[in-house]
Design a protein around this ligand. Structure first.
Ligand code: NAD
Length: 320
């Protein structure tokens, strides 16, 4: 039986990845600062550890017998745009410590395969209509925020340890990911969950507030597609960073439209000042396509599965 460690297993993608690895027949240890918020982890073993400490990375990676076959490093201090812009020093401090200690310790302990969850935030700002950027075009670098700079640095740390130790490193640059069991309130939620929450809370024909003018273009990847991409990439021969994301690009206004149609609730949008991030995104998926991955969920399909979950959270909170 293969053994996998998932760090950040109390978070959104980690919870779903543990579930996937269990379905694939793995023995799984999850590690996080906290247990999953919305369900009980499927992990065989779950340790509460602060991975900013090197000694805790060693504990996470140690087994009483043998060693992990695969390590998936998803732990990060992160959130949506509001968080990314207000917590720059936390992001730089905490995530550098987690990634430097995790990569160093995994290489030192002879872990054969190591996955690092990077982000398309490593790329520069783009304008609508610009041609696709390929992975190597992240350099020369000009990320729009400190989260992107830290991810770029952590990618380089992982690649340097791969060269030095022979550890097989796989790096995914995720586009925005959404789905049930993601943060939906409190400041760390991303745009799809935030829009679902606002529409679930709004009266029919009511008004919801949206940051910026609603023209920013993004692609949103449903959680099941993302987890499948992580698993396929980890078991592939693809070296270097690999973009994973849906090819369906929409503006924030179009995202609101899709959510409102799925909810069956008409709302009016009031554009207010707030962090909007980059103007546009457009990335090549040729590398991940070369191993057979494709996004199976359209935005409408994914929102149809996410909106009812967010709505149920809103109702639960209202009733409590
Ligand atoms: P998340 O915030 O839900 O999960 C991250 C987990 O890391 C949290 O449960 C958190 O408690 C844990 N963590 C933070 N600091 C820790 C520490 N010191 N020690 C141990 N655990 C710690 O985020 P997510 O959406 O599941 O993202 C997972 C990974 O994917 C992150 O590395 C993130 O940067 C990356 N990513 C996510 C997205 C997205 O849209 N969700 C996009 C690009 C990249």
């Amino acid at each position: 039986m293969k053994k996998a460690l998932v760090t950040g297993a109390g978070g959104f993608i980690g919870t779903h990845l543990v579930r996937k690895l269990k379905k694939e027949g793995y023995w799984v240890r999850g590690v996080d600062l906290k247990y999953p918020k919305f369900s009980i982890s499927d992990a065989d073993d779950f340790l509460i550890l602060d991975l900013r400490e090197e000694e805790n990375c060693r504990k996470a990676l140690s087994l009483s017998e043998g060693k992990f076959d695969e390590v998936y490093q998803l732990a990060a201090d992160m959130g949506g745009l509001g968080f990314i812009h207000s917590a720059e020093t936390d992001i730089l401090h905490n995530n550098v410590l987690i990634n430097v200690h995790m990569t160093h310790t995994a290489a030192e302990m002879g872990i054969p395969r190591y996955f690092f969850s990077s982000s398309v935030c490593v790329y520069r700002d783009m304008m609508p209509g610009e041609p696709e950027l390929k992975e190597e075009e992240a350099i020369p670098a000009h990320p729009n925020n400190e989260y992107g700079w830290e991810k770029l640095y952590a990618e380089r740390v992982a690649l340097a340890y791969a060269r030095a130790s022979g550890m097989k490193v796989r790096i995914a640059r995720f586009q925005n990911c959404y789905g049930p069991e993601g943060e939906w309130e409190g400041g760390r939620e991303k745009a799809p969950a935030a829009i679902c929450r606002k529409i679930a809370e709004a009266e029919p024909e009511g008004v919801i507030e949206v940051w910026g003018d609603g023209t920013a273009v993004r692609s949103y990847t449903y959680i099941d597609d993302m987890v499948e991409g992580i698993f396929m990439l980890m078991h592939s021969d693809l070296e270097g960073p690999v973009n994973i994301g849906s090819p369906e690009y929409v503006s924030v206004n179009e995202l609101v439209q899709v959510v409102s149609e799925v909810a069956g609730k008409k709302v009016r949008v009031k554009h207010v000042e707030g962090p909007v991030g980059v103007h546009s995104r457009n990335f090549s998926n040729e590398k991940i396509y070369s191993i057979g991955w494709r996004a199976k969920f359209s935005l409408r399909d994914g929102i149809s599965l996410t909106y009812p979950w967010v709505e149920s959270q809103v109702k639960k909170k209202k009733a409590s």
